[in-house]
Design a protein around this ligand. Structure first.
Ligand code: CU
Length: 137
């Protein structure tokens, strides 16, 4: 009878692991309520933002994470984009630029003005490394 006790004692640990994993899965969702973290990863082959398009509530902070082996960036600044049509801002929003992000680096931006943002990676703009954030009220 006593041999069964060790199995029963690890049951709460298994249940807790399951809850933790479901919480982590919900954090990865591209659509988020205000205040919840949203992550866009930057990859090399192909050079892309993943996901390429997200919708978030105003006030949401989006983390751009370079998971590749080369430098990437995130910019809405038309003065440095090769094609000005690749970047766009809603009225009243200021352009932003992360600067070059080394492999493993992250950069976060909080979207305080609702509307449609088109952004690009300067080193890979020609490879169509472009993304979109739709910020809803
Ligand atoms: Cu890039």
């Amino acid at each position: 009878m006593k041999r069964k006790l060790p199995y029963l004692s690890i049951l709460p640990v298994i249940l807790l692991a399951g809850v933790t994993m479901s919480v982590l899965a919900s954090l990865a969702s591209p659509v988020s309520a205000a205040g919840n973290p949203v992550v866009v990863t930057m990859t090399d082959k192909p050079a892309r933002y993943v996901p390429e398009k997200i919708t978030v509530k105003v006030g949401t902070t989006v983390e751009f994470r370079n998971t590749g082996q080369v430098v990437h960036d995130v910019t809405t600044d038309a003065s440095i984009a090769q094609d000005k049509a690749d970047v766009s801002l809603p009225p009243g929003a200021e352009p932003f630029d992360s600067g070059f992000l080394a492999p493993g680096q992250s950069w976060s931006y909080t979207f305080t003005v609702p509307g449609r943002y088109l952004y690009a990676c300067i080193p890979h703009e020609k490879d169509r490394m472009v993304g979109e954030v739709l910020v809803t009220k």
